[in-house]
Design a binder for this molecule. Structure first.
Ligand code: KIV
Ligand code: ZN
Length: 521
């Protein structure tokens, strides 16, 4: 049996379906580049028919990376057509088409009989194949489907041209031993998986509703699945998807059990995880396996003593193997642009010249007040730069009178298209400094939004640290994320809010200029 396991990363599609995550094209590209460097074979970049923003995200990723790029499509012609369009500039396009195969989904969601499902699946795969793309077919809710139906469906889509057949545990329901039996049955009975020439790839896609996504994915590899679908940090619908970092490290640390090879550059796991966490606003729990802050921390005396005597007493993998390194370069105010830009790259960011310059200015501001700037400070600055949208509004100045009856005055520069920039000034009273600033900003930009989440923290320990603010706002049922970093926490709060408001503008402008839109429901 072939012992190469490929990784299909769906951070930018299933991961982005996590509540409150809304990545724009620029952020998707930033993450996609990191995924490519990590050794991912296929990056699923989005669901193009779902929204113009999703279409744009897939299109941008497709033109920026060289590995395979997948776009999701329901088994309907419009979805496939839009997916193929979004993938036009991809070097290796993949259309990932799906339809549900379980009685519960067929009857209650799709209101279709098995025969109709069969027909739609086959037609969708044939149409996707005719575009010249590689085709993956997923039988949604496969683990609650009838085995014989699943076998016949798999054979039919392979006949129609599917290169990959995915058997998802869509609702995280299956037990590892059940999944093992189902996959064994399919591997044995579906001819395409056995054929000598170009065997069809059996893929698995597990959700974590019962905390079994990683176990189920590993069981699948043991049985013979050769593609694992996963996300960085395990983000995804509901309780999430199988966490890539956990699956890969289990395959490597216990390769005695699996005897497989992969292309994953594990030394890049930690940085990629930090990047995804910073750009999505989803924190990584301290005790998260493999990439959590505590994963290599030894607290008890007995453990510390053991590790000092022999590392392997309490460590089954090294921090270095997953890229968990304390920075050897300490940056300070005398560090030049070169050292700065090198560290930026090491942290996994690919800023353009202008963004790099802005980040450098912020870095110098901080380094002026702090003896040394560590990676956490830099990440805060960099993720703010990397998420900066084409700003309609820029904060020029603000003045705040704190207290219970606070007052704020904000001065913004409005840049709309090629028209001369305009200065907008607004004032508002509020319940405290941040509230008054937020009211003044809303007035100045002319939008009413609701604040869903506000988080404030310090980038590092010490009173000279930067204040870091993350906000999520809701506008028209959509969530927008904003970040701000500044030594003045009220200013950091204002920058975060304004970034989120700018995102609303950039999406709206984009939607208006997009012909057609989508009929996604
Ligand atoms: O969970 C699922 O079934 C999916 C499919 C679209 C593959 O995400
Ligand atoms: Zn899924």
């Amino acid at each position: 049996m072939n012992n190469k396991v490929e990784f299909f990363d769906t951070t930018l599609r299933d991961g982005e379906q996590s509540p409150g995550i809304n990545l724009n094209a620029k952020e998707k590209v930033e993450i996609a580049k990191a995924l490519e460097r990590l050794g991912i074979s296929t990056i699923e970049a989005g669901f193009p028919v779902a929204s113009p923003g999703d279409f744009e995200g897939v299109k941008a990723v497709a033109s920026e990376v060289s590995c395979r790029v997948a776009a999701l499509a329901r088994a309907v012609p419009k979805d496939i057509e839009v997916a193929a369009n979004a993938l036009k500039s991809a070097k290796a396009p993949v259309i990932h088409t799906f339809i549900a195969s379980s009685p519960i989904h067929m009857e209650h969601k799709l209101h279709l009989k098995p025969d109709a499902i069969f027909k739609k699946a086959v037609e969708a795969v044939a149409m996707a194949k005719s575009t010249g793309a590689r085709v993956e077919f997923s039988a949604e809710d496969a683990t609650r489907s009838d085995w014989k139906f699943l076998r016949e469906l798999s054979e039919a889509v392979i006949e129609a041209g599917a290169d990959v057949v995915n058997i998802p545990d869509t609702v995280g329901y299956t037990m590892p031993w059940e999944y093992e039996k189902l996959l064994e049955y399919l591997l044995k009975n579906v001819k395409g998986f056995q054929r000598e020439k170009d065997p069809v790839l059996l893929s698995v896609h597990c959700h974590n509703d019962l905390g079994l996504a990683v176990s189920n994915s590993l069981t699948a590899v043991k049985v013979g699945a050769r593609q694992v679908e996963s996300t960085i940090n395990g983000i995804g619908e509901r309780a999430g998807n199988a966490a890539l970092e956990e699956v890969i490290m289990a395959l490597i640390v216990r390769n005695d059990q699996y005897n497989v090879e992969t292309d994953i550059v594990t030394k890049r796991l930690y940085q990629t995880s930090r990047l995804v966490s910073n750009l999505t606003g989803y924190p990584v729990p301290r005790n998260k396996a493999v990439i959590g802050e505590n994963a290599f921390a030894h607290e008890s005396g007995i453990h510390q003593d053991g590790v000092l005597k022999e590392r392997t007493t309490y460590e089954i993998m090294t921090p270095e193997s997953v890229g968990y390194l304390k920075s050897k370069i300490v940056l300070g105010k005398h560090s030049g642009r070169h050292a700065f830009s090198q560290r930026v790259q090491e942290l996994g960011y690919t800023l353009d010249e202008k963004e790099l310059e802005q980040a450098f200015i912020k870095f110098i501001e901080l380094a002026d007040r702090k003896k040394s700037v560590d990676d956490k400070d830099l990440e805060a600055i960099l993720s703010t730069e990397a998420t900066r949208t084409i700003a309609t509004f820029e904060l020029v100045n603000m003045q705040v009178l704190s207290g219970e009856d606070a007052m704020a005055l904000v001065k913004l520069k409005k840049q709309a298209g090629s028209i001369e920039p305009e200065i907008v000034t607004e004032a508002a009273a509020g319940d405290g400094a941040v509230d008054s600033v937020y009211k003044a900003l809303e007035r100045a930009v002319g939008l009413e939004v609701s604040l869903l989440e506000y988080q404030i923290g310090a980038t590092t320990a010490g009173t000279d640290s930067f204040g870091e603010v993350m906000v999520r706002i809701n506008y028209n049922g959509q969530t927008y994320l904003g970040r701000g970093v500044h030594n003045d926490v009220v200013r950091a709060s204002a920058e975060a809010y304004l970034q989120a408001l700018n995102r609303v503008f950039s999406e709206q402008m984009h939607d208006r200029s997009e012909a057609g839109g989508s009929d996604f429901s």
